[in-house]
Design a protein around this ligand. Structure first.
Ligand code: G6P
Length: 613
């Protein structure tokens, strides 16, 4: 998500900050800013809106005063609030003497904001971040030090954060803290550093330390003191880093795809954050379409391309089951040229990681023209599609660099299911208890994903036995069908192998003619209402000599016995099972691609964002 850098003990801190922000650019961002403590004041510059790059920030800071005490810098990937200069970090308190940068999401920001406004604080941005600057200000006014005030403020904050705070009254000090998002500390020759990512620090120091959850670090020139949120001293864990810069950008993984696959638990957790209101009900303030507009909806269309289309297909099962609304899913490039029947009571949902895919954005334009309400699910705040839509629901997966979508696909499924539950709440088709049960199951997904990801070696072993195979069929039923499509797409995109995804019931209507000894069939056998029927289809292909690889729920030995190889995943609610079950499919495609010597981050002939027809 956002990039963070801080330094104290460098009289010429600005080039250090700009250099580190440049090292963080690969992660993607939509605005950048810096705050310097100089001569007992905070000096701040922020770049956004068209001229938002670190190079633009360098121009803006050309005349910055010199002789710096502490300094902090930030690249923002917008979540709450548009990517404008006002929303760019650092944020100041009312006195203008405190500056703060943040990575993460403050879940209870709305309540905190209301409380601070009632107390007379003046907010100048739409961000969740700014409330923290004012919360700390409130505690400083009670006579606490910057460190004490930061600790006190963080006790009131729910959500995920890494922050760095400077104050003109304590010019050499940076106070930093984290919960659930990364923060690295560094020491060197009378200076101290902090950053969200190791690459930002590598050219300054290799004496690195990791801050753990709910720890607070106080950086002064050449010194770092770490405590718990309650003030008990702790020794930070030292990091041994022998990576070069490129490896560091990949967090030590071999490629961005691996890194991003491992970010999937966080991508799902972040997409779920901040969605439940005080009584457990779903509140999607950011969506812009209110309950009244959604109550009148009598039909849903979901339109997308590629992996986003597969996310949409999963959502169809959920929305039809939960909301009982007719839900059509279409490929964007087809939708825009046929005559889709839409009215002002149709909700047309465009799903796009980038928010820029031409086919999907043109399809949304057509839906608007036909009078439908248009909602966009996007990972990029203020993307073209997000700006043009009536409403927008953001996935919060962070920038995705690997061309073949992984973490964004999972975050889309979760975001669309939250939309489905919201519609069910508004249409009264699920009880509050039923909605809470699904949300609770969703909250468990990041943990299940971590377990599924930890089994990569099992998938590698299966992949090593399939290196000579050229033809793959992926079969699934119910939500297993879109999973089968996604598994086949991943194998095509990454390993350049012929792979077909099929609804298993269609097998007997043609494709079974192609099954012969040597054909690989991957069956999605995680439990859903049609999984029994899938097993009959699997038995049919097995008896014709296919080698069968099954994705199955832990403990489902009956299913396990039917496969030549079984890839086990932790079970969950059937409608949520694509979130977990797609992991071994990604891993299989990844491993077969690397065994064949292909570049998984940049597959041939493919582009990350397709802005042409
Ligand atoms: C490209 C990418 C796919 C992606 C598709 C849709 O083809 O290679 O991974 O699923 O575009 O992209 P979008 O940004 O609209 O989700």
């Amino acid at each position: 998500m956002c990039g963070i850098i801080g330094v104290t003990g460098e009289a010429d801190a600005l080039p250090v900050i700009l250099g580190a922000l440049h090292q963080l650019e690969y992660r993607g961002y939509d605005s950048a800013g810096v705050a310097l403590v100089v001569d007992g004041e905070i000096w701040r510059a922020r770049a956004a809106d068209g001229t938002h790059s670190v190079a633009d920030l360098a121009v803006l800071t050309q005349d910055a005063p010199t002789g710096h005490a502490a300094a902090i810098g930030h690249t923002r990937w917008a979540t709450h609030g548009h990517p404008t200069p006002e929303n760019a970090h650092p944020h100041l308190d009312c006195t203008g003497r405190l500056a703060l940068i943040h990575n993460g999401i403050i879940e209870n920001h709305a309540a905190l904001r209301a409380d601070l406004l009632a107390d007379g604080h003046i907010m100048t941005s739409a961000t969740d971040t700014e409330v923290m600057a004012h919360l700390i200000e409130r505690h400083l006014a009670r006579g606490l030090t910057l460190t004490e005030a930061t600790r006190a403020a963080l006790h009131a904050v729910r959500g995920a954060f890494s922050i760095a705070v400077v104050h003109a009254d304590e010019p050499d000090t940076i106070v930093a803290a984290r919960r659930s998002t990364p923060l690295v500390l560094g020491l060197e020759d009378g200076a101290a550093f902090l950053a969200s990512d190791i690459p930002a620090l590598l050219s300054h120091t290799r004496h690195l330390y990791a801050l753990a959850d709910d720890e607070v670090a106080v950086l002064t020139p050449g010194n770092i003191a770490v405590t718990t949120l309650d003030g008990d001293p702790v020794t930070p864990q030292q990091l041994t880093v022998d990576w070069d810069l490129e490896a560091a950008q990949k967090d030590g993984y071999d490629d961005f795809m691996s890194k991003e696959m491992h970010e999937q638990p966080a991508a799902v957790a972040n997409t779920l954050l901040d969605r439940r209101g005080p009584s457990g009900e779903l509140v999607l303030d950011e969506m812009r379409l209110g309950p009244e507009e959604l109550r009148g909806i009598d039909k849903v269309f979901i339109v997308a391309c590629g992996s986003s289309y597969h996310s949409a297909l999963v959502a169809k099962y959920a929305i039809e089951q939960w909301v009982k609304l007719p839900t059509e899913v279409d490929i964007a490039s087809e939708f825009r040229y046929r005559d889709p029947v839409l009215t002002e009571r149709t909700l047309c949902v465009g799903v796009s990681q980038s928010g820029e895919t031409l086919d999907t954005s043109e399809a949304m334009r057509e839906a608007s023209r036909l009078g439908a309400k248009v909602l966009v699910v996007s990972n990029v705040v203020d993307s073209s599609m997000a700006r043009a839509a009536d409403g927008v629901l953001y996935t919060r997966a962070g920038p995705e660099i690997g061309v073949a979508s992984t973490k964004c696909h999972l975050a889309q499924i979760v975001a669309l299911q939250i939309l489905g539950l919201t519609l069910a709440q508004i249409h009264g088709t699920l009880t509050p208890a039923e909605i809470t049960a699904v949300l609770d199951a969703m909250d468990a997904l990041p943990g299940l994903l971590t377990v599924a990801l930890s089994r990569a070696a099992d998938v590698d072993e299966v992949a090593s036995k399939l290196t000579d195979a050229r033809d793959f069929f992926f079969l699934g039923r119910h939500v297993g069908f879109p999973m089968a499509l996604e598994g086949a797409l991943k194998l095509k995109e990454l390993a350049y192998l012929r792979a077909e995804g099929y609804a298993a019931g269609e097998l007997k209507h043609g494709p079974i003619a192609l099954i012969e000894p040597g054909t690989i069939v991957v069956g999605i056998a995680t439990r859903n209402r049609l999984s029994e029927k899938l097993l009959s289809n699997i038995a049919e292909v097995h008896s014709r000599g296919a080698t069968v690889v099954l994705v199955a729920d832990d403990g489902d030995d009956e299913v396990g016995a039917l496969g030549d190889h079984v890839l086990w995943v932790p079970p969950t609610d059937p409608l949520l099972s694509p979130v977990v079950g797609v992991i071994p499919l990604q891993q299989l495609a990844y491993r077969l691609a690397t065994l064949h010597g292909h570049d998984v981050d940049r597959p041939r002939n493919l582009a990350k964002t397709v802005t042409v027809e």
